[in-house]
Write a protein that binds this ligand. Structure first.
Ligand SMILES: C[S@@+](CC[C@H](N)C(=O)[O-])C[C@H]1O[C@@H](n2cnc3c(N)ncnc32)[C@H](O)[C@@H]1O
Ligand code: SF4
Length: 293
């Protein structure tokens, strides 16, 4: 496969074939995100002919690909028609594929009806990873996400109505000290209102330095300490009212690995955070060098 590197995928797609149907991110303006900023990652949809050739090559390899992840940053930005063609081609060339997934920005679904999404679901689309990042309106505006509480809510509800699964990402520490409490509380409110199937938290990290993010905060961004990150996460979890959401903080950026189903495991997760806050030597925490993005 000829990938335009770097290529990213959610941790849970480790066993999936990555099919790069687009290059880069159609938005690419979030203050904290450097994933698709390299010059070769300028947003572009892969030409249909090239994609068919790749699928043909995969078919001839004789391997089965039960799971496929559509890269890059928001393949769901493609039109309904184009996505339908891609999913039909996957069914045609790789009939053993059972589950197709993609990153998805709320705005990617704005011009797609529930009926259209249901059709994509029938063609194998199964799970959408939505980087909500926060439910706090002021913070969404500050980081330049180009989304609002309402647009995130609408997209997550549409996903549910189309019988697709949603996996939401929230970024721990995203707003620094100033926004910490409102970020935790409003993100929990968004999750409670939308009841995603999966929820994960990542820790804000800056492999290339905080300058871009800092500029959006007029130089006033104060990064949370490890202790403050745990406190923010505990406040977030304590405000969640979920009936059955699989929660994970096992992304490489996290210091503390948490896993559970919410709300069933809420007290257990809060206990673990309590230990991390008050007796950090009694719990396993990743060292700085063990973390990544
Ligand atoms: C490829 S991006 C998300 C896909 C899609 N473009 C979206 O925004 O929904 C994957 C996720 O990584 C996380 N991420 C990106 N940059 C990060 C950073 N500097 N620190 C921590 N998490 C980050 C965000 O949660 C982001 O949604
Ligand atoms: S977080 Fe998502 S939308 Fe924002 S720049 Fe990164 S990939 Fe694009």
């Amino acid at each position: 496969m000829n990938y335009i590197e770097p290529v990213f995928r959610p941790p849970s797609e480790a066993k999936s074939l990555i099919l790069q149907v687009t290059n880069g991110c159609s938005w690419n303006r979030c203050s904290f995100c450097e994933m698709y900023t390299a010059p070769q990652k300028k947003f572009q949809a892969k030409p249909e002919k090239q994609l068919r050739e790749e699928l043909q090559f995969l078919q001839q390899s004789g391997y089965r690909f039960p799971r496929i992840f559509l890269a890059d940053g928001d393949a769901m930005t493609l039109s309904f028609r184009r996505l339908k063609t891609i999913l039909e081609a996957i069914q045609n060339y790789l009939p053993g594929t059972r589950r197709v997934s993609s990153y998805c920005l709320p705005r990617n679904l704005k011009n797609k009806s529930v009926e259209e999404l249901k059709e994509l679901q029938q063609l194998g689309l199964s799970i959408l990873y939505v980087g909500c990042e926060t439910g706090d309106e002021e913070l969404l505006h500050t980081i330049g996400k180009g989304e609002s509480y309402r647009s995130s809510l609408d997209a997550l509800q549409k996903i549910k109505q189309a019988h697709l699964k949603s996996s939401v990402m929230i970024v721990n520490g995203l707003g620094g000290r100033k926004f910490s409490q409102q970020h935790a509380i409003h993100s929990a409110k968004l999750m409670t209102e939308t009841q995603p199937d999966y929820l994960s938290t990542l820790v804000l990290s800056f492999p290339e330095g905080p300058k871009r993010h800092q500029d959006h905060f007029n130089g006033q961004f104060e990064q949370l300490t490890q202790l403050e990150l745990f406190e923010e996460l505990a406040l977030f979890i304590s405000h969640l009212e979920l009936s059955h959401t699989v929660f994970r903080s096992d992304h490489a950026s996290n210091y503390l690995i948490l896993k559970g189903t919410l709300n069933a495991d809420k007290e257990k997760l809060l206990d673990q955070l309590h230990t991390a806050i008050h007796t950090p030597t009694a719990i396993h925490l990743r060292k700085e060098w063990q973390r990544g993005l």
